[in-house]
Ligand binder design. Structure first.
Ligand code: FES
Length: 183
């Protein structure tokens, strides 16, 4: 049966389920130092893990249209390999009047195919949905935070709901076409 609504498929607490899925899936999809972090430590990081200032992520296994989450300083980091359609959507809305925290898409990415943001809603700190296949991505194909209904677009910009700011872009750098360091 595949006709269930979003609510039936993904009941609360969505943010924890989402985080667990991507943390587990990351083990196969992202063969980087970040993948070595045990899930339990990601949720309750010890002092030495918190002190890790930089992680290196192998992007090679990430397919176009796929999203993965890695953990950096005990925070989920969304890495979205955007399709041309998603990039076009983001750029078409650069001047949209409903941008609460105005920013161009180009100002939020170093390489247009890769959107990298901290996966924490700027309202009250939930982890927005949108990672899993079929996950709720909100009205702008980005992320949806079920706590009070914040919608983020394909650039991670807040478009609707109570969140005041865009998803934060962390410090990162590409070492080459398939390797990025975060931190
Ligand atoms: S924490 Fe995201 S809408 Fe409340």
């Amino acid at each position: 049966m595949t006709g269930a609504s979003d609510e039936e498929v993904w009941p609360p607490p969505v943010e924890r389920r989402d985080f667990l899925y991507v943390a587990t899936g990351m083990m196969g999809a992202v063969g980087a130092a970040a993948a070595l972090w045990p899930f339990i430590d990601a949720m309750n990081p010890s002092a030495d893990i918190q002190a890790v200032a930089e992680i290196e992520v192998d992007l090679e296994p990430v397919e176009p249209g796929q999203r993965v989450t890695v953990t950096w300083r005990s925070q989920p980091i969304f890495i979205d390999r955007r399709t041309p359609e998603r990039i076009a959507e983001a750029r078409a809305d650069d001047d949209a009047p409903d941008l609460r925290d105005p920013a161009t898409d180009a100002s939020r990415v170093q390489r247009e195919e890769w959107l990298i943001v901290v996966g924490i809603c700027t309202h009250l700190g939930c982890v927005p949905d949108g990672q899993m296949p079929g996950g709720r991505r909100g009205d702008w194909n980005g992320w949806f935070c079920p706590c009070h209904g914040s919608h983020y677009d394909t650039s991670g910009r807040i478009r609707k709901g109570p969140a005041p700011l865009n998803l934060v872009v962390p410090p990162y750098a590409f070492l080459n076409d398939t390797t990025v360091t975060i931190g």
